[in-house]
Design a protein around this ligand. Structure first.
Ligand code: NAP
Length: 268
């Protein structure tokens, strides 16, 4: 049986741009009530204005701050009711070798890409279980399956999110709550510009990039069809298949790609 998105309360983190904004548009198109959250409130207001009706609630939220998370969820409940679908999308990367990675950058990646999703899942999960219905959608990355050098720490946070999704799905089996992991490959958003770069200027790794809209459509499709895992972009799918066949070859191929994409990077 599919999941009907009409009138569902969909809480999206990182909805001010890129994949999160496109998800807000697509869930709205599907008839859901969208809670669009991020730090850039002006951009959320623009989004709400563009979508133009009372099924959008913009909330300023730095998802790494516990008080802000609590306040955002309380405001959501008061306005629309409890969260039906949580989309853990907000994310950020620092491109650097592990040896050169500043602590503030890996702390931020872990807080944003891993700790915040766990905290939100803990906040909305129990009520979903009580109601016997709900969805948790985690936006991970293909690099969570196949690490890219100089994106190692970021890749590790996404690998952890994939692992979390797998275990959570098993823990929630039979409760009526779906856990969906979406792993985009290279996507045209502000992600590469927003990333901090230490000793490298990496811009992208694949010649073919998906649009944010294409990723968002895949997210909504996965929600409707109650899919467990979705891997996106031809290069992303190829990387996961090659890795299954030979880890050694996959690592070598990715090493060469990364070297080409970031030729100026320090080797260690
Ligand atoms: N683009 C790619 O190639 C790609 C590939 C695989 C996976 N992903 C993943 O897809 C997700 C979306 O990325 P994107 O490509 O759309 O990147 P993006 O365009 O840089 O968007 C990132 C979003 O996260 C929000 N954000 C950052 N820090 C935040 C914080 N502390 N609290 C709340 N929101 C925060 C940003 O909004 P504010 O700055 O307004 O807070 C923004 O809306 C991320 O998890 C990313 O890791 C991206």
């Amino acid at each position: 049986m599919g999941y009907d998105l009409k009138d569902r309360v969909v809480f999206i983190t990182g909805a001010s741009g890129g994949i999160g904004r496109a998800c807000a548009e697509e869930f709205h198109r599907a008839g859901s009530k969208v809670v669009a959250t991020a730090r850039s409130f002006d951009r959320l207001e623009t989004l709400a204005h563009e979508l133009g009706d009372d099924r959008v609630l913009p909330i300023r939220l730095d998802v790494t701050v516990p008080d802000e998370r609590r306040a955002a969820l309380a405001q959501t409940k008061e306005h629309f009711g409890p969260v039906d679908v949580l989309v853990n999308n907000a994310g950020w990367a620092c491109f650097s070798t592990v040896l050169n990675m500043p602590q503030e950058h890996y702390d931020r990646m872990i807080a944003l890409n891993l700790s915040a999703p766990i905290a939100l899942i803990q906040a909305v999960g129990p009520e979903m279980v009580q109601r016997g219905s709900g969805q948790i959608i985690n936006i991970a990355s293909v690099v969570g399956f196949q690490t890219i050098p100089r994106m190692t720490t970021y890749s590790a946070t996404k690998a952890a999110l994939i692992s979390l999704s797998t275990g959570l799905r098993m823990e929630l089996k039979g409760t009526g709550v779906d856990v969906i992991m979406v792993a985009p490959g290279s996507t045209r958003t502000g992600f590469f510009e927003a990333a901090a770069k230490v000793g490298t200027k990496a811009s992208r790794f694949a010649s073919t990039q998906y649009s944010a809209l294409r990723v968002a459509r895949a997210v909504v499709r996965a929600s409707r069809r109650r899919r467990r895992e979705v891997v996106l972009t031809p290069a992303g799918v190829a990387a996961t298949i090659v890795r299954r066949l030979s880890r050694r070859f996959a690592d070598f191929a990715v090493y060469l790609v990364a070297k080409h994409a970031m030729p100026e990077a320090a080797e260690r």
